[in-house]
Ligand binder design. Structure first.
Ligand code: NAD
Ligand code: IPM
Ligand code: MN
Length: 358
């Protein structure tokens, strides 16, 4: 029987709607070449839905997504709606609700993608940030007192559980083992200032590390980690970080390997009880939305991560190879990578690469 994967698609807002159709096209080409079927179901949720119905997605959204094997998401965010409304109305409830606790964000300096860091050659940077994705600073625990008065108080509490902290760290160690490169896990902390949450994080890291004697470890304060990601990016392998620290660090890892337009992300529930979600790291980019110039490569690479997770390793490798070849060849580079090709030209080059068998 032909292998079939059911994919829920949420293009979302802004350039999400431009790059996700490209990803679908490229993945379809891979499905044709490697002999499996992708069954797409598209959900028109996001800011337009909010402006029409008062919510980013319907109340039963998670139930409607649940039967799918994976979710392919563009981006969410609209200049006229407060970001906290849009993101807490769509993206974050899916990550939490489906227990997608491991947010995996690889960053590789490919040939043809220039790093803004001087003297870095292709392959010099090859790091994966594993970001805790369900709790920490994003737990949405808090509230307001005396709202709107001069005595207004805002409280936002970070939540670190032993369960949540241990499992994301174990995931990072397992990944370092599987990658088999430097076999190094770097923990990102701030225990010099945050004596409860981050001191706990350090303690759990030391405990979990003992289970992986074959993997080396280091621990960096987050400010120093940002500096070292610029100063010595080649020395990193797997990095494990809390939700907020991982968010910030992965804009840096994206940029030092070329562009946000090239950086993919996988929100994994490794237990596979719920669908995992694949998306570019970038947002809806209202400054370029509708112009046909968005780089679709991050969305395509997120699609490759989805294929890999669905067990289509050869197809995933072919999709990644098509992006890598397009970059290296240099003829159809989008604007954010120093070229002048539009979304459609980049899409055609990658699609051709997948069907043509690069
Ligand atoms: P952004 O990632 O949308 O854009 C940052 C900069 O990078 C912009 O100059 C943009 O033009 C550029 N850029 C991003 N992706 C690109 C691509 N594929 N090709 C070429 N250039 C690209 O971040 P922002 O401007 O801080 O946020 C815009 C909106 O998106 C906000 O509403 C924010 O909350 C939201 N956001 C959503 C997600 C998500 O849904 N996953 C992620 C980040 C930001
Ligand atoms: C990301 C984004 C989101 C995050 C925002 C839009 C809530 O920046 O996926 O990196 O912080 O997780
Ligand atoms: Mn981010």
């Amino acid at each position: 029987m032909t292998r079939t994967h059911r994919i829920a698609v949420i293009p979302g807002d802004g350039i999400g709607r431009e790059v996700i159709p490209v990803g679908m096209r490229v993945l379809e080409a891979a499905a044709g070449r490697f002999g499996f079927v992708l069954e797409w179901q598209s959900f028109p949720w996001g800011s337009d839905h909010y402006l029409r119905c008062g919510s980013m997605m319907p109340a039963d959204a998670l139930d409607r997504l649940r039967p799918h094997d994976a979710i392919y998401l563009g981006a969410v965010g609209h200049p006229q709606i407060q970001d906290n409304v849009t993101l807490n109305g769509l993206l974050l409830p899916i990550r939490r609700g489906f227990d997608q606790y491991a947010c995996v964000r690889p960053a590789v300096l490919y040939s043809g993608a220039r790093s803004p860091l001087a003297g870095k050659k292709p392959g010099d940077i090859d790091v994966v940030v594993v970001r805790e994705n369900t709790e920490g600073e994003y737990a949405q625990v808090g509230g307001h007192v005396h709202a709107g008065t001069a005595h207004e108080v805002a409280v936002q509490t970070a939540v670190f559980t032993r369960h949540g902290t241990e499992r994301v760290m174990r995931f990072a160690f397992e990944l370092a083992r599987r990658r088999g490169k430097k076999r190094l896990v770097t923990s990102v902390t701030k225990s010099n200032a945050q004596g409860f949450s981050m001191a706990f994080w350090d303690r759990v890291f030391a405990e979990v590390a003992r289970e992986y004697a074959d993997v080396r470890t280091e621990s960096l304060l987050v400010d120093a980690a940002c500096m070292d990601m610029i100063r010595r990016p080649e020395s990193f392998d797997v990095v494990v970080a809390s939700n907020l620290f991982g968010d910030i660090l992965t804009d840096i890892t994206a940029m030092i390997t070329g562009s946000l337009g090239l950086a993919p992300s996988a929100n994994l529930d490794p237990s596979r009880r719920h669908p995992s979600m694949f998306e570019p790291i970038h947002g809806s980019a209202p400054d370029i939305a509708g112009q046909g110039v968005a780089n679709p490569m991050a969305a395509v690479l997120a699609g490759a991560m989805m294929l890999e997770f669905l067990g289509e390793a050869r197809a995933a490798a072919a999709v990644e190879a098509a992006v890598v070849t397009t970059l290296a060849e240099g003829r159809w580079l989008p604007r954010d990578l120093g070229g002048s090709a539009g979304t459609e030209q980049v899409a055609a080059a990658i699609e051709q690469g997948v069907s043509g068998g690069w």
